[in-house]
Design a protein around this ligand. Sequence first.
Ligand SMILES: [Zn+2]
Ligand SMILES: [Zn+2]
Length: 112
Amino acid sequence: MATLEIDCPVCGEVLELSAEDRADLVVGDVIVCDSCNAEMEVTRNGEAEDFELDLLGVLTTCPNCGEEFEVTEEMLDEAPVVESADGVSVSVVDCPHCRARIELEFEDSYEE
Ligand SMILES: [Zn+2]
Ligand SMILES: [Zn+2]
């Protein structure tokens, strides 16, 4: 049975979808990446490789207040990118609940 492998557009983790998983999915369904909690909407689900996802956002837990919130692509576009103490580039977003500044680190982001 064919398994489709999709690279998460946010963290690059490979998500495996078996034929059974795909049979359950319809356009408009949302898949969540196990590794970074990115939410992706299914925009195509045809035969074999005919499958497409649209990135919706990333669910993040605020380390300050513990509330979950969604980081959207637009928020990331607007977020200032700074270099953190260990030299990696991070995007800084505000928690909508407590306004804490949260550093988000994404590998390779949208470059590929
Ligand atoms: Zn991911
Ligand atoms: Zn917060």
